[in-house]
Design a protein around this ligand. Sequence first.
Ligand code: ATP
Length: 442
Amino acid sequence: MSTSDQMDRVVNLCKRRGLVFPSSEIYGGFRSTWDYGPLGVELKRNVKDAWWRAMVQLRDDVVGLDAAILMAPKVWEASGHLATFTDPLVDCRSCKERFRADHLPKSGACPNCGAKDSFTEARHFNLMFKTFVGPVEDDAAVAYLRPETAQGIFVNFANVQTTSRKKPPFGVAQIGKSFRNEITPGNFIFRTREFEQMEMEYFVPPEDADRWYEYWCQERLRWHLDLGIPESKLRLRPHDTEELSHYSTGTSDVEYEFPWGWGELEGIANRTDFDLKQHAQSSGQELTFFDQEHDRRYVPYVIEPALGADRATLAFLLAAYEEEDVPNGKGGTEKRTVLHLDPRLAPIKVAVLPLSRNERLTPVAEEIAGSLRSQFMIDVDTSGSIGRRYRRQDEVGTPYCVTVDFDTLDDQAVTVRDRDSMTQERIPVEGLVTYLRERLPW
Ligand code: ATP
């Protein structure tokens, strides 16, 4: 399967199985916006939960925050976003298509019509969405939709530090929507104008910043590998000096090999003391930490791992997608599509399948599903042949199928089928929760 085919097939699967739909579809869609359907919302929630668990729950040095999307416009002035959060925009004079100048091919040819050297001079275009707060649409009412969640953390530095009584090194994590008026959104949910970010600002003594930057680069790489992204598809790419943001002395991208090439999945940046200093100066509030032990006051440096929830979801989907030949039970083979998602990310953990719609089997299947529901996300599927139902669960990544058959009525046992190996095991109903718990950690 070619890589572009793989992308088409994943997009198609997402639509067909209720993972991701084009937004406003009954009106013909709306400019690269997407809606997560019943299975997609579970998958993305699991991605966010896995991040929160690793970054907050399992650590004693990181706490959470949920700041407002609309913030005082002064925030964006102080952070530098009003002046510098821009992308260079060019138009092709021949076909009128717009591009980001820094995304053009080296050949100088228009990616749309092929015309050579047809681009206008680059103009700088601010990516922040502007809106008005209150009924009067004048300059005093202008506000911006946040283009990153990080600033909500910086302006709350003192609030969080004093109430949580954390001392550097400590971090504040946040998951939430961000908005960027991207010039060229595309590649499905890779680049959209509205997206979710998972960001953590880790405040450290300035002299320890380099060490913590290295630590977080390795730690974040490990997170992606642990959740099933193969090592061959992942790399850490340090930025060149000219590529660095205005606030950063060091940034590395965790890149994934997407079907169209290597692309940023996550950025890890040493943001220095830039943001806290800017906000202190602009607000007149002190944003420092007093280190009692060494009797000194300082502005902490900040190491930031920033990951897009939607981009991560796409990478997990692409890495998990496989079409394989499997025995068809008649001596030949047949194709099956399977998502080898890590069980922690799978939208449905267990499918309960009565062998047929028999009136004696259905209540038993319902009872088993009921006993599992409080522990796992369950699906009960009763329609079609058992083989077809297995295939349906395989292609949305359900790790285990529990089949209730006529023997169940006598032996109080069920058949548990494993998604990846397709092996089946007979398990007493009594021990089913324990069996599944051992294989589905959370
Ligand atoms: P790019 O170079 O792709 O525009 P960026 O370097 O501007 O990305 P950051 O500001 O570092 O991105 O944002 C952190 C993370 O947020 C990115 O690594 C990505 O996962 C996610 N992200 C950023 N912009 C978008 C977008 N338009 N759509 C979806 N996810 C995004």
